[in-house]
Design a protein around this ligand. Structure first.
Ligand SMILES: *[C@@H]1O[C@H](CO)[C@@H](O)[C@H](O)[C@H]1NC(C)=O
Ligand SMILES: *[C@@H]1O[C@H](CO)[C@@H](O)[C@H](O)[C@H]1NC(C)=O
Length: 438
């Protein structure tokens, strides 16, 4: 009888928690750097021999370069996914730079495997997404420099440059290989064509208009189709073995943070009461106050700042570093991190787990991108003469931070001195001194 009640409770809890939480990625080892030349096919890509792995596997250079927007759309996406950074394999996160010429658009599209969180670095954007059937509500917003916006997984969304000059955005995606389905191309440029009468009815257009659309997309987007095919093929390959990217069970589950009900994550707000403000944050253009002992400041944009991030498995942060400022050794228990330098230069490093504990370091300059695999201890240090600014994306709505020094030497109550002295091979008086400092 007792065990049956327990089973029932476990089953109920499973239902509740699977409703409330999208699974953040879960790696089975420190990293699994893509060995893209392997003939073996798995979900994602086979791992390279860890002994052969180096800083270059977690690194990409060139995100400071403007994309070429001389095309029909007036926009250009520079992706930084597992193709560009083999170390992203199995980590469930990636980054992109998007350039928009004046009036340029990123046309309506979806990412089948990723939520997206985007920040405007320069200029202004109109952004929007459409909820699923039956409501299909369009939620739009004008974003300025420093604003942040969220596009929930799988929903159709777009951006349009509304500045007089160029606009630049950095977008993070909660998948190593988010996939793109550009609606116009997929619908009107498929091979073979979707029958005209079906499209005419679906879009409530005259058949001659549909035929016209199809012929335009066939000639103009031939290259795009090949790309789509490749994306689809890659999607099949990667859906077999990828680390679990978040999987939402509905369009969104905006955090109702004042609910008395406790679940994993947050209870959802009534979807009818959800508005654009639930997916929006303003202020990431503001300099963080680095007048502190570390000379650095993290401005987080997680589920606390954007309730709409609940269950989406992704968040963003701005990090400011004064000259010689550091972000001290820490881990994120629930997230991998992908970081790009907006201004200045950073020394970055992470340490592999036991028994090797290998330190992998790199100097990053403006436009460089680096990855910190989930749970590994990592740090950054400003090596520029002036201030440095970075934007970091994390593969969790609530990545958590464990600052090693504070957790080890500043716990409440203290970890016994003899344990720390032995662990760090330090004299007990030195340890006592350290404990008093934190
Ligand atoms: C940008 O793309 C256009 C069209 O493909 C091309 O003609 C032009 O040379 C490119 N510009 C640069 C700077 O690469
Ligand atoms: C920055 O922080 C320091 C120390 O907390 C404080 O004295 C100072 O007023 C702050 N500066 C600004 C601009 O908020």
């Amino acid at each position: 009888m007792g065990s049956r009640v327990l089973l029932l409770l476990v089953a109920l809890f499973a239902i509740v928690s699977s409703i409330a939480l999208a699974s953040d990625p879960s790696s089975l080892q420190d990293f699994c750097v893509a060995a893209s030349n392997s003939p073996v096919l798995v979900n994602g890509i086979v791992c390279k021999d860890p002994k052969m792995v180096g800083a270059q596997d977690f690194f990409f250079s060139g995100l400071q370069k403007p994309g070429n927007t001389s095309n029909a759309l007036g926009s250009s996406v520079t992706p930084v996914g597992v193709t560009q950074i083999p170390g992203l394999n199995t980590l469930g996160i990636s980054l992109a730079r998007i350039d928009y010429a004046p009036w340029g658009i990123n046309p309506p599209h979806t990412h089948p495997r990723a939520s997206e969180i985007l920040t405007v670095i320069e200029g202004s954007l109109e952004v929007g997404f459409v909820t699923s059937n039956p409501d299909n509500r369009l939620i739009t917003k004008i974003l300025h420099k420093g604003d942040v916006f969220v596009f929930p997984v799988g929903l159709i969304h777009y951006q349009k440059n509304v500045a007089h000059g160029n606009t630049i955005a950095i977008a993070a995606l909660s998948s190593q290989n988010a996939g793109v389905i550009t609606i116009a191309n997929a619908v009107f440029g498929s091979k073979p064509d979707i029958p005209i009468d079906i499209l005419a009815r679906a879009f409530q257009l005259d058949k001659t208009v549909v035929a016209n659309l199809q012929s335009k997309l066939i000639s103009a987007l031939m290259g795009c189709r090949v790309l789509l095919l490749l994306v689809a093929l890659f999607a099949i390959v990667s859906s077999i073995a990828l680390a679990s990217d978040p999987s939402s069970l509905q369009d969104f589950c905006v955090a109702a943070s004042n609910s008395p009900v406790l679940v994993n994550g947050f209870v959802c707000k009534d979807p009818k009461m959800v508005g654009v403000q639930d997916f929006f944050f303003s202020g990431l253009q503001k300099l963080g106050n680095t007048s502190n002992a570390l000379g650095s400041r993290v401005t987080p944009v997680g589920v606390t700042q954007i309730p709409g991030l609940n269950t989406l498995g992704i968040s963003l942060a701005r990090i400011d570093y004064a000259p010689r400022g550091i972000n001290p050794p820490h881990t994120h228990p629930r997230a991998s991190e992908i970081l790009t330098v907006i201004e200045g230069s950073l020394e970055v490093g992470f340490v592999t787990s036991n028994p090797d504990n290998r330190l992998i370091t790199k100097i990053l300059h403006k436009g460089d991108v680096f990855v910190f695999p989930v749970g590994l201890i990592h740090y950054q240090r400003n090596v520029a003469y002036g201030n440095t600014i970075a934007i970091a994306a994390l593969s969790s709505q609530n990545a958590g931070v464990i600052t090693i020094a504070n957790a080890v030497f500043g716990s409440k109550p203290d970890i016994p001195v003899d344990i720390l002295a032995k662990a760090f091979q330090l004299d007990k008086t030195v340890v006592g001194n350290l404990l008093s400092k934190f």
